[in-house]
Design a protein around this ligand. Structure first.
Ligand code: HEM
Ligand code: HEM
Length: 139
């Protein structure tokens, strides 16, 4: 018998909700941890603080996308304190973010989440390296 509606609608593509943002964050960071390039930077910074980090990231994205105002933090300063971040880390981060946002959200919403991440990526990239990326990049 076909079960309808699905028991876990936030696991399949749909509108931006708190639950679906939580699914996004948990799935994205599972891949970040498993990524040979990104994983070590995060393990070194977060060690036993993964749970609070994931909670903060759900709060961050729900503040951005739903206006929940549940996040305050120092995004730039925390990143500048990380050791050994290279342009390749950004390429990997942005690639995974594209995959996970497109898996869970409709094209227009995925695009909004990518544009927000790109704005932060620009800001952080400029902070680390003082220039634009040299890899394939528009304008
Ligand atoms: C490109 C877009 C990126 C966005 C939108 C982003 C966003 C964020 C945000 C919102 C936080 C939470 C800050 C806080 O807790 O106050 C964070 C933390 C962190 N990010 Fe990123 N980030 C990006 C790229 C990267 C990259 C490329 C790396 C390095 C591989 C990285 C490594 C980290 C780490 C390790 C933390 C935890 C810092 C700590 O709590 O000590 N991020 N990021
Ligand atoms: C100082 C840093 C950066 C500047 C000034 C910059 C600027 C731009 C501009 C002007 C565009 C075209 C318009 C737009 O879509 O916003 C663009 C597109 C793009 N950038 Fe960046 N960017 C920066 C860093 C990065 C980083 C670190 C990444 C990560 C890999 C990245 C990935 C992309 C991608 C994938 C696109 C194409 C977006 C699309 O599909 O339209 N950018 N960037």
């Amino acid at each position: 018998m076909q079960l309808s509606p699905p028991h876990a609608p936030h696991l399949v593509r749909g509108p931006i909700t708190q639950e679906r943002l939580a699914t996004l964050v948990h799935g994205f960071y599972a891949d970040v941890r498993a990524d040979p390039l990104l994983g070590p930077v995060f393990e070194q910074a977060l060690a036993d603080r993964w749970e609070p980090h994931l909670e903060r990231m759900v709060a961050f994205w729900s503040t951005v996308a739903l206006g929940s105002k549940s996040f305050t933090g120092n995004v730039f300063g925390k990143h500048m304190a990380l050791a050994d971040v290279t342009p390749a880390h950004f390429a990997a981060w942005v690639r995974l973010w594209g995959e996970h946002t497109e898996r869970l959200f409709h094209a227009e919403d995925a695009r909004e989440l990518q544009i927000t991440a790109h704005g932060i990526a620009r800001n952080l990239f400029q902070g680390y390296f003082g220039t634009r990326p040299t890899f394939a990049h528009r304008s």
